[in-house]
Design a protein around this ligand. Sequence first.
Ligand SMILES: *[C@@H]1O[C@H](CO)[C@@H](O)[C@H](O)[C@H]1NC(C)=O
Ligand SMILES: *[C@@H]1O[C@H](CO)[C@@H](O)[C@H](O)[C@H]1NC(C)=O
Ligand SMILES: *[C@@H]1O[C@H](CO)[C@@H](O)[C@H](O)[C@H]1NC(C)=O
Ligand SMILES: *[C@@H]1O[C@H](CO)[C@@H](O)[C@H](O)[C@H]1NC(C)=O
Length: 455
Amino acid sequence: MANVNCRIVFAFMFSVFSLGKCNEQVPLIMWSSEGLPSQSPPAAGHAVSSGELESYLSSALSSAPHNLLLFLQDKLSVDDFTMYGGVFGNKQDSAFTNLEGALQASSSPLFLPAVDSATASALPALLQEQLDTSPLYLEPETLAQLRLNASVAALLVIRLPYSSSSDMMSAKEVLSGNDEVIGQVLNIMTAQAVPYTAVYSALRPSRVIEDVSFAVHSVGRSLLQSSRGPYPPVEFKERDSTCILMWAENLSVSQFRSGKWERHDLASQTFGESSSVKLEGSFCNETHSRLELSYENVLGYRSFKLIFAMSQRHYKVSARRWFTMDQVELIYDGKKASFNASRHIYAPVEYSYRCESVTSFRYAMLTPRSSKDNANDWRVSFDDFQIQGFKVSGKDFSYASDCAGFFTPGIWMGLVTSLLMVLVLTYGLHMIMQLRTMDRFDDPKGPAISVPQTE
Ligand SMILES: *[C@@H]1O[C@H](CO)[C@@H](O)[C@H](O)[C@H]1NC(C)=O
Ligand SMILES: *[C@@H]1O[C@H](CO)[C@@H](O)[C@H](O)[C@H]1NC(C)=O
Ligand SMILES: *[C@@H]1O[C@H](CO)[C@@H](O)[C@H](O)[C@H]1NC(C)=O
Ligand SMILES: *[C@@H]1O[C@H](CO)[C@@H](O)[C@H](O)[C@H]1NC(C)=O
């Protein structure tokens, strides 16, 4: 069911919103059968410019093999790795099995999460300059017939598709297919014993969700367009440098009491001029971050805490570090209600995590730790939520890994409307077909006219 939903949403998203423009950035991955010289990655959230990319490429190629494979996909975004990669070590679930295998086998692969897409589309030209050989565009099948010579530079460009709006093939299936091609090409190189350097990138980003949600917002409210709205995020500092940022439009908590949900929105106490929140108890170290928000007098409790506990670690299969939100906790007058979020709230460690709606009830992303937990008496709901607990630089969030926006109101409203239209049309058609019985007006001996009854 979930799978079917995803496909529909995908088709819908790409057909309707792919026209939107945004600050277009694509990821770039570079690795080599011989290993690359290690280079320091760009600062979190920094978009790599054309000049910077040139210098990354030239230092890599100073020692890496000059038989270069450029896998250039139509579209790709970091979110594709988040959504379809084997983040949690489920290798069979990943759409990038061959890619991940190749990255694991090579030393110091280079991962640039955000390269300006205009620069990425000029990659064949950039590489041509560096390798001093012209690019050869080829179909993967023809590669087997090619005789490569390890001592002669070659630049082979393999174009890969991404799902188009016209078919219903899911993005994951297309990505898996492309990964299969990458695997085949790498096998051919290995079979010919030619050392290689490979680059995987794309012409355009596959996601424009950021923009979609902005567009949805800007209908009623334009404040969110450039920055995070009317107030700055909550900022926790450790040793004078910011290490946690959190922003939300609403942070609401509700408790079930005498037959109904009593709700309280913590946003005004948390953000802006009138905030009264205390951050004592929060901390950050290399692997764990904890944001502890303490309030007074919430829903009748003298002390009330809302806690976000995050941790980060290296996941082998995706060959990189991710952070997860392990727990969201409420502590009210000494009692505790805790929700588990680690399955749903995660992002590459360099990024922030953002979601239009994080709740413990609608498409529950936060689940009570156990059936006995007090969390069953509580509901939490964060609207337009963004958090970053690692690699914060300055007072701004890094690039946001969106929870893919499947459930943004705009998309759902669109879906529901189209489904309704289809239903109405089908019903109408059905009625019209029934009306053929009207011919019998002319035939007095025929059976009585039957008029379909509406219910
Ligand atoms: C590879 O190219 C070099 C230089 O052009 C040549 O000497 C060598 O014979 C070639 N090797 C093969 C296997 O073709
Ligand atoms: C969220 O907060 C705004 C005020 O900041 C309020 O107007 C709005 O009704 C709230 N939304 C929900 C869903 O509670
Ligand atoms: C970071 O904090 C966590 C939780 O308190 C602790 O388990 C871990 O050992 C700490 N790590 C370091 C490097 O201090
Ligand atoms: C959270 O849920 C996941 C999956 O249901 C489970 O593997 C994990 O142990 C849970 N974490 C905690 C801290 O309970």
